[in-house]
Design a protein around this ligand. Sequence first.
Ligand SMILES: [Zn+2]
Length: 391
Amino acid sequence: MTAAQQKIAAGVNRQRLIDTAVKLIAIPSRTGEAGPVSDCLADLLKTEGFAVERSAAGHDAAPAVVVRWSTGKPGRTLQFNGHLDTVHLPFIPPAVDGDRLTGSGSSDMKAGTAAAIEALRVLRETGAMTGGSILLTAHDLHETPWGDGSQLDRLINDGCVGDAVLIPEYLNDRLSVIGRGGMTWKAVIGRPGAPIHEVYRPNEPSVIAAGARLVQRLEAMGKEVSQRSDPMAGSESVFIGQIHSGEIFNQYPQECRIEGTRRWLPGTSRADVEQQLRALFDEVARETGTSISCQIKMMRDAFVLDQKDPLVPAFQQAFRATAGQDLRIGAKPFCDDGNSFWALRKVPAITHGPQAGGAHTLNEWVSIDDLVRVANVYALTAVAYCNPNAA
Ligand SMILES: [Zn+2]
């Protein structure tokens, strides 16, 4: 072990990390309602002597928590970014049982955020970091469909970003270097007039027949876009997840709703994707004599991490120090905030969090041993990344 590795391993305080995670989990914070937990985190960090800023970033109900800590010497800024909101499910209070910490937001992602906070404390206490600074950001509005990522987008657009970012989401079996962008779409096919018994039906188009036509066209579009494919991230896609129309067998319906997703690879423009979908809906509406209104909601844009960026060797060195080997390269299976950092500012981001499970269920859990490992990896990555001249 190097001197810095020894200092950091000795400095990570397991109980303090658990206490912080428990405190954050104990305050309910459904997406949009993360004000109280953000206030609690801000107070906690202030009490510990950190300079805490609050930035509403378009969401006054829960201003983001922002901490800048500098070694006072030149170097790069590494950002630790976590979200404090949880999905809208009944609240489960925190509990510790052996290596397991459970409760709402334990896996997604309050405990991971607590590990990042512990890394920040250890860097300040040990003096292991010899140049550069840390930017800690914690925000709301992450989880869809209740949030739209707009608070973080605003922080990024306002320049509240580091030179690189670590995000403690529950993904740690790969180092993601590519990820698809995604949007959800919903088409509502309509005809004029009221629902009516089929024997009296007017000479109007069938919304179900139009829906069938649209499904075929979307399937064809899916086949076409899947030609664009990446060996790790897979193909671009059009996915249909729901179709609904009609009430009973002999009523002529007014409306047919179809919903799904569209995913694309880096290099494809998000605006083009949206425009193609809208054009297809318009075309089918014209062909079938129906009206088609469409709602498109962005998840996140596509993601790339340049493996030559200095963040990557700094992270791998830190990971090796705790795991004995490099983390394998792979694709990001979902969209997360790392996509936003890349799409909006070309800031390199690595998603790496603790061993955890049950995200988006009532049975969230996280491994405490692995939280300690994540705190070590974050601190060690900062040591290697922030001062490029360090030994
Ligand atoms: Zn999350």
